[in-house]
Design a protein around this ligand. Structure first.
Ligand SMILES: Cc1ncc(COP(=O)(O)O)c(C=O)c1O
Length: 387
């Protein structure tokens, strides 16, 4: 069967999405306008948080979070090496130090026991926060992290870029959605095209903390406040004041309209991702060359479906020849030349490094057709049958 290129992830734009964007393009607003508020309110309600702040991308969201939580030179923050580098970089933007902790080889998430071991040895109390990542869409047990963070006086940023709509159950059996603000101080999302909700570029911060919310609103727009009641002598209604050093991390109104239109379909997309994941799980159970796979996990948002395999590189190349564009998520962040220059070494994170040797992300996105998925499954099986 000759098929077109099948990527590992892909956005899905409908005619309704296009109409919503065009409406904004014909309106008076291009940068922040009425759609920002609508998108923020709808998103907050989707994840069950009190507040949401739309920003220009997920990296900007992380940077603003680190600023709002007052990360300063000398402060240390723990995160996972198996993530997109932005999860760690936001600490460096503020002059802080990144402390990587290893992953749990079963879940691929930041291992809470490794984090605890680091915190216990932090005699100088330099560690200020923890950034767990809902890697691939699997939601971290944030209740457990909250308890740990409270014990050591740390804040938590939940990197939820991979998990809109994902959830875990807390000890009382309550379903806790990623980004709900129940346990993390702040959560962040990305609307990069391969994510569940695509806005070209875009990001969202969610929180239940009104104080942090107000700080973030200020930082998003140059630290500028426009409160006419504060006007001084010789100032008129034009008065604004810059209270702190902020940024221009605004989202445009047409991106917000696209995000909002996509958000309305987010649960359908999630449902389809789960169907695809279940089909993969069924197809790859009990095969000796598959060492581990994402599996059927309740609450998993399946941004990625990951296999751990023998001969990963050969398989990757074979799939490319067949027009299947699998990917690898991620090269461990501590092995990036930038972090190696800061002293991190191969061998520092044994589970993350072992995981990286064997992982491959195979296509999963809502518009993937069953026949395309069958082609992916059969091509992988064929590769190992020929070995
Ligand atoms: C886990 C994670 N964190 C942060 C980001 C950064 O988001 P953005 O690309 O919107 O800046 C991404 C996006 O790739 C991501 O996957």
């Amino acid at each position: 069967m000759k098929l077109h290129k099948i990527p590992y992830g892909k956005h899905n734009i409908t005619d309704e999405d296009i109409e919503e964007v065009v409406k904004v393009l014909k309106s008076d607003w291009l940068t922040q306008g009425p759609n920002i508020k609508l998108f923020e309110e709808a998103f907050a309600s989707y994840v069950g948080a009190k507040f949401a702040i739309a920003v220009s991308n997920g990296t900007a969201a992380l940077h603003l979070n680190a600023l709002a939580l007052n990360v300063k030179p000398g402060d240390k923050v723990i995160t996972t090496p198996i993530t997109f580098v932005a999860s760690a970089n936001c600490i460096r933007y503020c002059g802080g130090e990144v402390v990587f902790a290893d992953i749990d080889p079963e879940t691929y998430l930041l291992d809470i026991e490794s984090v605890r071991r680091i915190l216990v040895k932090d005699y100088k109390k330099e560690i200020k926060g923890i950034i767990p990542v809902n890697f691939a869409g699997r939601v971290v047990d944030m209740e457990a992290y909250r308890e740990l963070a409270n014990e050591f006086g740390c804040w938590i940023i939940e990197d939820a870029c991979h998990s809109p709509g994902g959830y875990f159950y807390n000890k009382s059996g309550e379903k806790i959605f990623s980004g709900s603000g129940k346990y993390a101080d702040l959560s962040i999302f990305s609307f990069h095209p391969v994510k569940h909700i695509a806005a070209g570029e875009g990001g969202m911060i969610t929180t239940n903390d009104e104080k942090l919310y107000n700080i973030l609103l200020n930082l998003r727009t140059h630290g500028i406040q426009q409160d006419p009641s504060k006007k001084h002598e010789n100032h008129g209604l034009w008065y604004y004041e810059m209270q702190t050093l902020g940024f221009n991390y605004r989202l445009t109104d047409f991106q917000a309209a696209l995000g909002l239109s996509q958000l309305i379909r987010a649960n359908d997309g999630l449902k389809r991702r789960i169907e695809i994941a279940n089909r993969y799980t069924k197809a790859f159970s009990d095969l000796s060359y598959i060492k581990h796979f994402s599996g059927d996990i309740e609450g998993h948002a399946y941004h990625l479906y990951i296999l751990q395999v023998e001969n990963r590189q050969e398989l990757f190349n074979y799939l490319r020849e067949k027009n299947i564009f699998a990917q690898v998520h991620y090269i461990p962040a501590h092995l990036m030349p930038y972090y190696k220059d800061l002293g991190w070494r191969l061998g520092d994170m044994p589970f993350a490094e072992k995981y990286y040797e064997r992982c491959i992300s195979i296509p999963i996105f809502p518009s993937l057709l069953d026949e395309e998925q069958d082609f992916v499954i059969n091509t992988i099986k064929q590769f190992y049958a020929d070995k």
